[in-house]
Design a protein around this ligand. Sequence first.
Ligand code: LMR
Length: 334
Amino acid sequence: MKLKSLVFALSAAAIIAGNACAQAPILIKFSHVVANDTPKGKAAERFKELAEKATKGRVKVEVYPNSTLYKDKEELEALQLGAVQMLAPSLAKFGPLGVKEFEVFDLPYIFPSKEVLYRVTEGPIGKDLFKKLEPKGITGLAYWDNGFKVMSANKPLHVPADFRGLKMRIQSSKVLDAQMRALGANPQVLAFSEVYQALQTGVVDGTENPPSNLYTQKMHEVQKHVTISNHGYLGYAVIVNKKFWDGLPPDIRTALEGAMKDATKYANAIAQQENDAALAAVQKTGKTTIYTLNDKEKAEWRKALAPVQTQMADRIGKDLIAAVNKEAAALGQK
Ligand code: LMR
């Protein structure tokens, strides 16, 4: 090849490579531990759709559900290292990161209704909690709802005495540990991906989760009894690697913020119906007995679990607990 044509060919190749580089989409790996067919799974897919549309393909979102990429603890480490960019861990999983305040969401009966919950997540308390993530290299973007939890085991769970001696799987929250002990059970922390097998093999006897998680992980196949107790709440914080987020072109970040806002509306709109549908589906299998606590039993659960707030006050912060209770009182619900 003559020198002139060689120079021409090389410059053309450089232009093509340059264009390819300029057009390579920004990749967001979004890892989570639940099934696609849950409030979080569906909202993650909705975010992907909205984000890719809003950025006209300049951002590509890859969603990895069901712990296919990382399990609970690993995913938080991966986010901090930048191996993934986005997660939505349950609010009960921030303790090991050193942000214990999020465990306020786990306190039994702290939210008398979703109305109170939203005042907390959408108001100054939710924002202050997100600020605590910044020194960890994490930015909080949104709170996604799931729902109030049911309890399950292979025996009926009607009153606190029924929990005595049971090994109950919990998430890595000290509040949940205290909750299970207050009921007389032995709590055991396990990653979400390990729960089904642990229940099946008898490593643990029972667990708690909103019905959507119970059903989509098929836990009902290995749990004969489910109690609708609504004793505690489970929701998520959608979080991103701070360095990644701060380094995005401003127009892209704004577009992604818009997509997140819409995905959040969607997540919160479907949470209750997904859980109702899951409970109906469990009932339909005919394999699991679903029991709703009566008023007398509810009072017994409340009494047994009441000390947990005081026990955990030093860990979570008295002021934070009081601030949440104040939101409930403001709505006349405390
Ligand atoms: C659990 O580990 O029980 C759940 O928090 C999983 C999830 O993300 O909903």
